[in-house]
Write a protein that binds this ligand. Sequence first.
Ligand code: ZN
Length: 146
Amino acid sequence: MDFEELYREVILEHARRPRNFGDMPEATCHIHGDNPTCGDEVTLHVKFGDHNDIEDAKFTGSGCSICMASASLMTQKIKKKPKAEAADLWKRFYALLTSDQETTELDDTLGDLQALQGVRKFPMRVKCATLPWHALEQALRENSAV
Ligand code: ZN
């Protein structure tokens, strides 16, 4: 199985059975984001812990498989992680999606998120993949310790 096929499988699997999908009434914040060009709509529910960490993360909404898979993979990755680590993950994931050079160097810390790197060839799809992450960025910004 080549990488592209493997990546497609990961995306479809997460789109079909999104992890951490559902409402979270006890969340610290609910951030809504949409991507009108594709019709993606996602609300991210984040519960922050007492130690600058993300205690829980879930999402609701609907969208294309790229968007759903990205939200599913993201919530999996950021749960129980320090806020700083989640912010750093977003930075590196964004770099992966927007880098114009074909990189074969794998960033192990991104794990299955690497499955989404194929979208870098399609700027419209980059927006689908980054939608849940922009919501995360906003959640982190609004809840940063001052
Ligand atoms: Zn989309």
